[in-house]
Write a protein that binds this ligand. Structure first.
Ligand code: HEM
Length: 144
């Protein structure tokens, strides 16, 4: 079937679900969702639908996208290779399913937010970051 652009809430939901299908099975970042944060999916998925809907269509996300990552960052340092993998999975998900301006916009937005998030997580003096005792090794990596 010909790929179409991201146009509806159903498209957003498909994009987000397909992304997490892959992300949760990924050897580098999957365990962060499954084992470290034990994500409550029925709660988290609608938040992510709203987040992407508000960036791409007309959704009503009113949260703080950065905030939970500071907490995760204390348990598992969110270093650049993890953001690179996150983005790879996001981009391949979007490209597999959709084609068009809004699909391109999804990728552009993901890249810029990821870049800002990566910068904040790895800035030791960022005001939201606790300065002491940030572990330098990844304690939860069961694959290595
Ligand atoms: C290595 C990269 C990342 C990891 C491991 C990660 C992981 C997570 C986890 C575990 C949560 C918490 C889910 C819960 O509530 O239990 C979360 C929330 C969230 N993430 Fe990420 N994330 C990453 C990067 C990103 C990026 C690049 C974006 C945006 C483009 C993003 C957007 C969000 C948003 C919007 C939320 C929900 C915030 C809220 O509760 O309002 N994440 N993430």
């Amino acid at each position: 079937m010909e790929k179409h652009d991201i146009k509806t809430r159903a498209d957003i939901e498909l994009m987000v679900r397909s992304f997490y299908d892959k992300a949760t099975k990924d050897d580098l970042i999957g365990y962060i969702f499954n084992d470290v944060m034990k994500v409550d999916w029925p709660k988290h998925l609608p938040v992510m639908y709203d987040f992407w809907d508000s960036l791409l269509l007309e959704g009503a996300y009113r949260g703080n996208a950065m905030q939970p990552h500071f907490a995760i960052n204390k348990l598992v340092p969110l270093e650049t290779p993890l953001f690179q993998r996150w983005l790879q999975i996001f981009e391949s998900t979007v490209k597999e399913l959709f084609a068009g301006e809004t699909a391109d916009l999804a990728i552009t937005r993901a890249r810029s937010i990821s870049e800002i998030m990566n910068f904040k997580m790895n800035s030791i003096n960022h005001p939201e970051q606790q300065k002491e005792n940030i572990p330098l090794v990844n304690p939860g990596n069961q694959n290595g």
